[in-house]
Design a protein around this ligand. Structure first.
Ligand code: FES
Length: 149
């Protein structure tokens, strides 16, 4: 599979995430030196049917939010949380309101919904050929790339 640099990157179908749920995706980002680096993200679909995206990395030690048991949410599902140390984050803003990284924020992603796909905008991304992708069933969707001209 060839990799292509894109600035609007279709990550998944809008229907791939249930309302009130979140899913992780393993992408790679092109840095200033032209090298690709792992770029794990999470996309949240709110009960109100908004899509929010964050880099899946806690500001404290860079741990995946869904580290461990795999859940992104606190037990009552009203906040995102760090899977290792339990810091909690507002879903809408990514702001940490309690825990080791209080007052720091998750890195937000600009998202757009285009023709039924949730797209990450403004970041040079490639599919990562070197890392095993636990979401292989999404590969067909991830090949849909839209180039703004
Ligand atoms: S890495 Fe998330 S609170 Fe420590």
């Amino acid at each position: 599979m060839s990799s292509a640099k894109v600035e609007v990157f279709a990550v998944c179908s809008t229907d791939d995430i249930e309302r009130g749920d979140a899913k992780p995706f393993s992408l790679s980002r092109i840095n200033e030196a032209g090298e690709s680096q792992p770029f794990p993200i999470v996309i949240v679909r709110t009960h109100g049917n908004d899509y929010l995206g964050y880099v899946n990395s806690c500001p404290h030690e860079g741990i995946w939010l869904n580290f461990g048991e795999g859940s992104f949410f606190t037990p009552d599902r009203t906040f995102l949380k760090c899977g290792r140390h339990g810091s909690i984050f507002e879903i809408d803003t990514g702001l940490c309101i309690d825990g080791s990284c209080k007052d720091q924020s998750l890195e937000p992603l600009a998202l757009a919904v285009v023709d039924g796909d949730v797209c990450v905008c403004g970041i040079a991304l490639v599919e990562d050929d070197d890392m095993p992708n636990p979401f292989d069933e999404l590969d067909d969707t991830m090949e849909i790339m839209i180039h703004p001209d």
